[in-house]
Design a protein around this ligand. Structure first.
Ligand code: F6P
Length: 336
């Protein structure tokens, strides 16, 4: 990269995730520790187009470590997808004297980062999404807290399902990926977990599993559905038609994105934010900060965007092995 950096920008973009504030704090404080100034861009890439900014100081990020959401607001910008929009963003960087940007978000954020870097503004990405679906890192900020929030909700649901001897169908987020659903399903001891990576065989994966559980003496059932695997309302209807029981459907929705980040998300966000600024301070950029086997890695953005993260088959097998009468040979249609 060219001359030594003096001022960097930081923004959060896409769906928020618990721990984004911790990442913003780490970026700002590490910047000042390196003698760099830091500008907060509000509302993601859109804020860069409209020059929506605020100067950050060490103090301005006080008391946000434990708060959910993002103090910088977030957005998904359609204008940034256009060349005209991106040219305005470059002009804002010039006007504000921003030498590089730390962009905190998921794959949409990083696609924007790649486009901006091609126009000469260096970007470092910090992965934050409750979906944990990025190939360049084995962990994204917010996933663990979102899992725990969903687990807490489902534990409560189980209390009432157990009392009424009912079947519960719960839809969790995750966009096109089943990570959140599978981890949560294992952790709540779900009767069945439906994920987009596994082609649904309704008879085998739902009907027979509930029937086996019933035969074993269970009187309540918990079906966890990843939003990418279909609608919980539809699954509920199909269960009613096929088995004659009357399920209750709950869509957890955005509640999974809120709340105070837990230890893992605060620590990971702080570490990733620190390493993002360190990369800039040492003259590197245009990369994503990831974690692989516990260590921090820097992956070029372009390469990072081609990397795919596959749902771990072993975890799917483990979920199946936990089912009453579960067999371990239904993985033929598992997409890898
Ligand atoms: O990517 C994070 C996520 O929460 C997904 O799990 C979900 O599909 C999506 O964002 C929801 O987006 P929105 O906030 O636009 O409803």
């Amino acid at each position: 990269m060219a001359a030594k950096m003096k001022r960097i920008g930081v923004l959060t973009s896409g769906g928020d995730a618990p721990g984004m504030n911790a990442a913003v704090r780490a970026v700002v404080r590490t910047a000042y520790a390196y003698g760099l100034e830091c500008v907060g861009i509000r509302r993601g890439w859109q804020g860069l187009i409209t020059s929506d900014f605020t100067m950050m100081t060490r103090e301005s990020v006080g008391h946000i470590l434990s708060r959910g959401g993002t103090m910088l607001y977030t957005a998904r910008s359609a204008e940034f997808m256009t060349e005209e929009g991106r040219m305005k963003a470059v002009a804002t960087c010039k006007m504000l004297g921003i030498d590089g940007i730390v962009a905190i978000g998921g794959d949409g954020t990083f696609r924007g980062a790649l486009e901006l870097s091609r126009l000469g503004v260096p970007v470092v990405g910090v992965p934050a999404t409750i979906d944990n679906d990025l190939g360049c890192t084995n962990y994204t900020i917010g996933f663990d807290t979102a899992c725990n929030t969903a687990i807490d909700c489902i534990d409560r649901l189980r209390d009432t399902m157990q009392s009424h001897e009912r079947c519960s169908v719960v839809e969790v987020m995750g966009r096109n990926a089943g990570f959140l659903a599978l981890y949560v399903g294992i952790a709540v001891g779900a009767t069945a977990v439906l994920v987009p990576e596994h082609e649904l065989d309704f008879q085998k994966d739902v009907v027979e599993v509930i029937q086996a559980s019933r035969l074993a003496g269970n009187t309540h059932f918990m079906i966890v559905v990843a939003e990418g695997a279909g609608s919980a309302v539809d699954i509920g209807k199909r269960i009613r038609e096929a088995i004659g029981i009357d399920p209750r459907v709950t869509v957890l929705g955005h509640i999974q994105r809120g709340g105070s980040p837990n230890a893992r998300d605060r620590e990971t966000a702080t570490r990733m934010g620190y390493y993002a600024v360190k990369a800039f301070a040492e003259g590197r950029g245009n990369c994503i900060i990831g974690t692989q086997e516990g260590g921090i890695v820097e992956i070029p953005i372009e390469e990072a965007l081609t990397m795919r993260r596959h749902l771990q088959m072993d975890r799917y097998r483990i979920m199946e092995a936990m089912q009453v009468g579960g067999t371990l040979n239904r993985l033929d249609s598992f997409e890898q």
